[in-house]
Design a binder for this molecule. Structure first.
Ligand SMILES: CC(C)(COP(=O)(O)OP(=O)(O)OC[C@H]1O[C@@H](n2cnc3c(N)ncnc32)[C@H](O)[C@@H]1OP(=O)(O)O)[C@@H](O)C(=O)NCCC(=O)NCCS
Length: 160
């Protein structure tokens, strides 16, 4: 496996990332501690956090955040400005007033199955599964699983 993207681009931060063959990473990205499969394309201003796995031939469009706890299978489209969420009840501090650390909150895992598409501006709450070939409409807020092959829109997202 190559340890660098297939293309050159200025102003990107890549630390401890496992790349497949032919991965393209655009400028102003921040990728750390993640795995990215063959031929996947990562647009500008994307952040992909530690522990994330992204499959082959995916498109992650600009300005999206893929946070820890997310697994994206092959051939998934993630639109512009999509936000994944992994902490349902976020707090800055503990009851004692100290800044929270990793042990103080529950990490929720999310899966996006093969061939699914997520429209621009969608928010994907933690702990959900977006089924294979499903489509999440632009600006949807996904709070529950989306069954395979369905289209879900709105806030909260409902299958049409
Ligand atoms: C959800 C979606 C697939 C629906 O497309 P469609 O099947 O062609 O549907 P239509 O445009 O004919 O709209 C059908 C109805 O759904 C509504 N609708 C469409 N998209 C919607 C959305 N994202 N959220 C809420 N309602 C939506 C329309 O207002 C319309 O309602 P009406 O019948 O009351 O007028 C599409 O609008 C969408 O959001 N696609 C994602 C696009 C995207 O983000 N691409 C990213 C890269 S550019």
């Amino acid at each position: 496996m190559p340890d660098a993207p297939a293309n050159d681009a200025p102003h990107r931060l890549i630390v401890d990332v496992e790349f497949g063959e032919g991965v393209v990473v655009h400028p102003f990205t921040n990728l750390y501690g993640c795995r990215i499969g063959d031929e996947t394309r990562i647009g500008p201003f994307v952040e992909i956090q530690r522990g994330v796995e992204i499959g082959a031939r995916c498109k992650i469009q600009s300005h999206s955040l893929v946070c820890t706890g997310v697994r994206i299978e092959d051939e998934v489209f993630v639109g512009h400005g999509v936000l994944f969420v992994n902490d349902k009840h976020p707090r800055a501090t503990t009851d004692d007033g100290d800044l929270q650390s990793e042990v103080d909150w529950e990490l929720l895992a999310t899966v996006v199955e093969r061939g699914a598409s997520i429209g621009s501006g969608a928010v994907i709450l933690g702990g959900v599964r977006i089924g294979a070939d499903a489509l999440v409409g632009a600006a949807a807020v996904v709070t529950r699983d989306v069954p395979r092959g369905t289209t879900a829109v709105g806030n909260p997202a409902r299958v049409r």
